[in-house]
Ligand binder design. Structure first.
Ligand code: FMN
Length: 362
């Protein structure tokens, strides 16, 4: 499968764009764990055009994470066109993605993101304008099945978007009305893929949480790639698990798996997580100890980038959600302590106390 001139191995697995989650540190980690393509958090075109600092910071990418996609959103043709050019000039992403899927009120309620599913002519106009604005960068779109159950228009919309010149389409198998409730419905994703008029790659997204489900999505719905979002929280090694399970039928060429690597953590006055993973370690040998170290590395990377306070805040959602701690008796109290920890040392000390339990329980 190719997007523009980027070639992917068979059965590609992508990291979904997630606001406040897929910053450069997390993207790098997921690439190390086997993700074939990583996406930035969405970037507001309006804020980018105005040069808002926090927004401009989101354009930071590094060569080690490539291929990387930067995603923009907005509802004004001019701002989206200008933002696309700014992104390409400043960040040189491998792919520029347009968000027509965000369901949250402050975005969709104002007509951007999934709100655009109620104004298809404008959606197509924006798409054409962005494609024309960055002729040397592949433009892709991520959207949902439709606005609500009665308006699941994705089969026809996919053709229209393809006609605008996009080079791949990601479909999250929910409507805007569903937000994140219910189950993702992959049947329409499969229908888009089977449409003989479609020739661009179709990336399926929604509720992939296990290697078995990943395999099923490829086999049953025939998608060209899958995208994983929430299941990466506290479990970035899910890419390795999925890729290994698919490797019997695929020969991959994703970034070599090297386990957690300290990225220039020398400057940190915090404990450095050791790198316990030999290159090419098999998924069946991903020990709880190793996984704990991956999470520690994730904390360190966040702290290095954001400072100790914000870095720890940023990592908490992952620690709280990690399946590594599921099943530990009376974990609630420990989790609360983890969520209240304010320094890296405090957090790591707590993780050390659960280490023996994690190792013998799981
Ligand atoms: C915290 C969070 C932030 C998200 N931010 C974005 C975003 O910036 N852009 C986007 O296209 N989708 C965003 N999404 C949606 C995900 O990319 C994905 O479509 C959705 O979570 C379904 O996939 P999953 O079931 O694998 O999580 C976000 C989802 C979550 C949970």
């Amino acid at each position: 499968m190719t997007i523009g001139n980027i070639s992917f191995p068979q059965y590609p697995v992508f990291l979904a764009p997630m606001e406040d989650v897929t910053d450069i540190g997390f993207r790098l980690l997921c690439r190390q764990m086997g993700a074939d393509l990583v996406y930035s958090e969405f970037v507001s075109s309006d804020a980018l055009v105005r040069g808002v600092n926090r927004t401009v910071e989101k354009l930071e990418v590094c060569d080690d994470e490539r291929p990387v996609a930067i995603q923009i959103y907005g509802k004004f043709v001019e701002a989206m066109r200008d933002a696309a050019q700014i992104v390409v000039e400043q960040a040189h992403p491998d792919i520029l993605d347009i968000n027509f899927g965000c369901p949250v009120k402050r975005v969709a309620g104002k007509g951007a993101g999934a709100g655009m599913l109620q104004n298809i002519p404008l959606m197509l106009e924006i798409t054409r304008a962005v494609v024309d604005a960055v002729p040397d960068t592949p433009v892709t779109v991520k959207t949902r099945l439709g606005w609500d159950q009665d308006h699941r228009i994705i089969v026809e919309l996919a053709e229209q978007l393809q006609d605008c010149g996009i080079q791949a389409l990601t479909i999250h198998g929910r409507t805007r009305s569903q937000m994140y409730t219910g189950e993702a419905d992959w049947t329409l994703i499969g229908e888009v893929k089977r449409n003989p008029r479609m020739h661009i790659p179709i990336i399926g997204n929604g509720d992939i949480t296990t290697p078995e489900r990943a395999k099923e999505c490829f086999e049953r719905y025939g998608v060209d790639a899958i995208m994983v979002g929430r299941a990466t929280f506290g479990r970035p090694w899910i890419f390795k698990e999925i890729k290994d399970s698919l490797s019997s039928v695929a020969s991959g060429n994703s970034l070599p798996f090297v386990g957690p690597q300290p990225h220039s953590v020398a400057s940190l006055k915090t404990p450095v997580a050791p790198n316990p993973s030999p290159i090419g370690r098999g998924v069946d040998t991903l020990t709880p100890d190793w996984k704990l170290n991956v999470l520690k590395q994730q904390v360190l990377t966040s702290v290095e980038r954001l400072g100790e306070y914000r870095g720890i805040l940023h990592s908490r959602r992952h620690l709280a959600a990690s399946p590594l701690f599921k099943g530990i008796p009376n974990f609630r109290e420990t989790r609360i302590r983890m969520l209240r920890a304010e320094t890296t040392k405090e957090l790591f000390d707590i993780m050390e106390t659960v280490k023996p339990i994690v190792n013998c329980e799981l």
